[in-house]
Design a protein around this ligand. Structure first.
Ligand code: ZN
Length: 209
């Protein structure tokens, strides 16, 4: 059973979609920051005046702190995605805590602010990890749609797959490092807007619920 279904059942506090009555979609970008692709994604988002959310790996933030700082400066939501992108299943309490804490420290150092959202790598975590992240004060976020952008080799495929995931309150996962994504993102936003959707950050999605 997918985590989203289990989470709804046993952990209603896990966020996997927004308000189903509003035509709003949250684009989320995982695994960055990437020194080349992330600034290109930020340019596209800025062109449309749209806020999105970035779940950053702590180790990448340490490599590219200036890119993390740019994401924050442009008022996008930043989330914690662990330090090493470790799968949080059957891991010790200490390791889980350190993975989250070290990422948090890297993000705070780079951006000057702390994060409120946490997404487990691969969208997978056991009850222990879920409990620890919640106790640390995070809103745990998974997703409602995964267009598999990293498998697509041409922008058109990413556009088609992502557009098929647009529905009220959708939280969509894409990946900073997919080389074709910046080109695809322009079309996704353009066509999505034509279809009546607005794109919001998780912060915006939560605040107005
Ligand atoms: Zn990831």
């Amino acid at each position: 059973m997918a985590l989203s279904h289990l989470a709804q059942r046993f952990f209603p506090s896990v966020l996997w979609r927004g308000d189903p009555t509003l035509p709003r979609v949250a684009l989320t970008f995982d695994d960055g920051p990437d020194p080349v692709n992330t600034p290109r994604l930020l340019d596209v988002l800025a062109k449309f005046g749209i806020k999105a959310s970035f779940f950053l790996q702590g180790r990448n933030v340490e490599h590219y702190p200036e890119v993390a700082a740019q994401i924050a400066a442009e008022a996008h939501t930043i989330g914690n995605h662990t330090y090493n992108h470790t799968r949080l299943i059957l891991k010790s309490r200490r390791l889980i805590y350190q993975e989250i804490k070290h990422a948090e420290k890297a993000i705070t150092r780079a951006t000057g602010s702390s994060t409120r959202f946490f997404r487990p790598p691969y969208g997978q975590m056991d009850w222990r990890a879920l409990k620890i992240a919640s106790e640390m004060g995070y809103q745990v976020v998974i997703w409602s749609a995964l267009p598999w952008d990293w498998k697509a080799k041409i922008p058109k495929k990413i556009v088609t797959a992502t557009l098929s995931c647009l529905f009220n309150g959708a939280i969509i996962v894409l990946h900073d490092r997919t080389p074709e994504l910046p080109a695809a993102l322009e079309l996704i936003i353009e066509i999505g807007k034509q279809r009546g959707f607005s794109f919001v950050s998780l912060e915006q999605m939560i605040c107005s619920q």
